[in-house]
Ligand binder design. Sequence first.
Ligand code: PEP
Ligand code: MG
Length: 808
Amino acid sequence: MLTITKQEIELNAHVSSKEEAIRAVGAILVNAGYIDPAYIESMLGRETQANTFLGCGVAIPHGMPKDRGLIHKTGVAVLQVPSGVTWSGTDKATLVVGIAAQSDEHLQILANLTGVLGDPKLAARLSETGNVDDIIHTLMNGVPSDDTLIKPLIGEASHNVTIINSTGLHARPGTVIVRIAQKYESEIRIAFDSKIADAKSLASILSLGVPGNSTVRVFAAGSDQAEAITDLVAAIDAGLEEEDEAETTAHSAPKWESGEELSRITGVQASPGFVIAPVFQLRRTGSVALQTNTESVSEIARFNSALDNARAELREMQKTVTESIGKHEAAIFAAQEALLEDPELTDQTRLRIDQGDSAETAWARAIATKVAELSAIQNELIAARAADFQDIGQRVLRLLNPATDPLNSLPDYPIILLADDLMPSETARLDTAIVVGICTSGGGPRAHTAIIARSLDIPAVVAMGDALLNIANDSRCILDADAGCLYTTTTEDALLSAQKHERLVVAMKQTDYNTRFLPAYTSDGNGRVEILANIGKASDVDDALSSGAEGVGLLRTEFLFLERTVAPTENEQYDALVGMIRTLDGLPLIVRTLDIGGDKVVPYLDLPHEDNPFLGIRGIRLCLRHTDLFHTQLRAIYRASLVGPIKIMFPMIATIEEFLQAKELAEKVRIEVGAGQVDIGAMIETPAAAVTADMLATEVDFFSIGTNDLAQYTLAMDRMNPELAACIDPLAPSVLRLIDITVRAAKKAGKPVGVCGGIAGDPDAAVILMGLGVDELSMTRSSIPGVKAKIRATSMEQARRKAESALR
Ligand code: PEP
Ligand code: MG
């Protein structure tokens, strides 16, 4: 416990104002080496926000939490002012107890001090005593507690609850308890550590000296006892309105509050950000006017030349998107180039031209037929292909007739672009100086358009519904993509506050980017989270490293199987892996074995149709049934392990048997290849794996939690269903509790645990995951600077508290 000495007490002081009293008690703290002199200003500042007068002549001036850095160590000083100094209104302070608290070491002194508040005679004696030992004795030993408090409550309603506030039950949270307790007729008590307090009296609550993270018992007796307990327990669980000031100033821009009721349209965030601008509706010309041709040979030549130009444009697009955004995002244009070669499409068009259609009409009809065919198939991936056909359709049409390009009509000043949906090539062609925000009535957060918007750093909200398309051009709107909404009306005040917020967001993004290579240590140095990247192929590694990644936490190897007509050979897979290992140059590479099935369809594998593919043969189940595919992949991985560090993880584990079977196959391949041991981990993506994590933990070298699937299976919400996009919340307590179970099991077995699902890239979620004890977070590269900065601005204790409350 903190001690108080004679040097920290000044008797018989004469001060003429509260400010003078605070400066005097502050000077004692400075001389004792507890604080920097600047902390005195913070103590004065606190007084403008909250009155620190407790009663019976006692005041406890202290600084603001954000200035805790000015405290060298926790200490208390007392200024005795026998004649009293006006504190507020008619309140006069005779004992001014200055507090410099780095943590909760001073709580016992505070508790003892509050004993004085219940004893006016003692208070009067201490304010006049000429013997410092009287004050020291009271502050160190307290006054006997009032046993009568417990009597009326024996046998009545009660409930245990943990005080999650790290600084314990000090004045501010205590005031919240009093405010709630006073609403009830019942007598309410709080018991802690053999002491009991009246919940309607702040002094009494403070006398408990409850430190952070300790459990108290709330008792109530009276007509509304049950309601009182429920209300108090809920408030305590929610942190007693303790807004940790250090936290609100910590890194992430606070959420913007409009301050008044503004009309808004909500959707799902596709790319974060905040921007104010006039809106502009992207109007497509709709169907092509049917035209005929007079000379089919020249019309076919015109069509062929448009195809050639489209091909050239797509190649150029791949090049510029690769340079400006990344190879992964550019791959869509390679795929579209292949679609341009589709003979069904081109032959159909030429045939129609021969039959008399103009090139535009023939091409538009061929595209429409193809899109209709594909759209009839209920499969998200195939539907995406339909969108690609539509996209190349628009491109060729634009080349045949430039007037059909909807982007031609964009104004020359910054706008928020509103559209039914955008095609990937449209998004990639956007001039980011003009289009500063995107809102679409349709679309989904996982579509390519969303990925490109994120990479271009354009705030975007999708799935907003048709009301979006009725907003008049040039209406000045506020796009809060972080909150997934567009404010369609505004006021002068709201606009001013939004402009301030916008500037803050821009400045913070730039700072995050500038510090992206710094490691993610917590602000108190008590923890570090490794920040890794999720990638799909070798060429992504460079981009990931230049965004600040400390390695690869998830290589989705199925990407090596997509956009092809046959499976990659062992050597092709080996070459890709070795390429990554070389670029990573010793940094970790976690290779997830094939996760085909579910949403990841590989047409040439000719897998049978399933009614419920997400509950069917996917991930490890597929590999255990198609051991040829698995064997080839494992050989490539083990051969690559001879070149540099690599780890293996198996996706979609639901039972221990699956994991053991896969591990046994891997071990056989390892021996066959002559490779050394490689760490083998399990992905925790099913509730089954999470609840048996203690059993799995003894078999694995590490866990990696795939929250995209874990949320889908826990909440029974299809991750591909756009209607559920806004509801499928990986931070739901149900999902977090499964993560908690997994982390605890991993810790007990001494195994590392990471998270590689989408929430790892959300800075607020990252803090919660860190608080739960996750060692590593793996995310898309664009999220890395923001997550690292957020962790560096958060203490381990804050993260634990966030996690604790998120679990509830
Ligand atoms: C996940 O499910 O969270 C995950 C990382 O795997 P994927 O998104 O590839 O299914
Ligand atoms: Mg998954």
